[in-house]
Design a protein. Structure first.
Length: 196
């Protein structure tokens, strides 16, 4: 078993695994509105490969909270039926969260099973002042701080990431803006840091 960064040639196998796990109607869910037209964060999008077959996938998507605070949306994560209950999902979550922290991301949000994700530190308490652009079971709307206090005072609607910004810039922008005592993410910085 090898867990590695997702590559373009994995796309068809990932789509098949997601269809198998969640059904083709998954694209109608609220969280998919946050992903439309946005690429996943490359260094956090992982696949588990065994005997040249994709048996697991996890992706993270850059989003904004309240239009100003960058974070990442975990999901979907899917594991092939024959590999479930063996700890592969937990291994992929831990590895990707470690990568996210090392890359400078400060927080993660998701919509998922609270009893499962609570073992990784996700909690509903951190999303009480946030909302989503559509219906979800709010008991499944969870967050995790990768940096203590990263979500203190953060509130508002989750929204799509601006397409003109590389998502890998978000941790740098957030850290520099917080250090200056300014909001976590400011629109005047977007074009300055966007690739030419």
């Amino acid at each position: 078993m090898n867990i590695t960064i997702e590559q373009p040639h994995h796309a068809a196998a990932i789509d098949s695994l997601l269809d198998l796990s969640f059904g083709p109607e998954r694209a109608g869910k609220t969280v998919y509105r946050l992903r439309e037209g946005v690429s996943p964060v490359p260094e956090l999008s992982l696949v588990a490969v065994e005997d040249d077959a994709v048996v697991g996938t996890i992706r993270y998507w850059p989003i904004l909270i309240g239009g100003v605070t960058p974070t990442i949306l975990l999901g979907p994560i899917a594991i092939a039926p024959g590999m479930r209950s063996g700890g592969l999902g937990a291994q992929m979550i831990r590895q990707s969260l470690n990568r996210a922290s090392a890359a400078g991301w400060r927080s993660v949000v998701l919509v998922g099973d609270a009893p499962y994700y609570s073992r990784f530190g996700f909690t509903r308490d951190l999303t009480l002042s946030m909302s989503l652009p559509g219906p979800v079971d709010l008991n499944r709307f969870l967050a995790l701080e990768l940096v203590d206090g990263a979500l203190n005072g953060v509130s508002g609607m989750l929204s799509r990431w601006p397409t003109e910004i590389q998502p890998t810039l978000a941790p740098e922008i957030a850290a520099s803006r917080r250090g200056a005592g300014a909001p976590a993410f400011a629109t005047e910085r977007w074009t300055l840091n966007a690739p030419a």
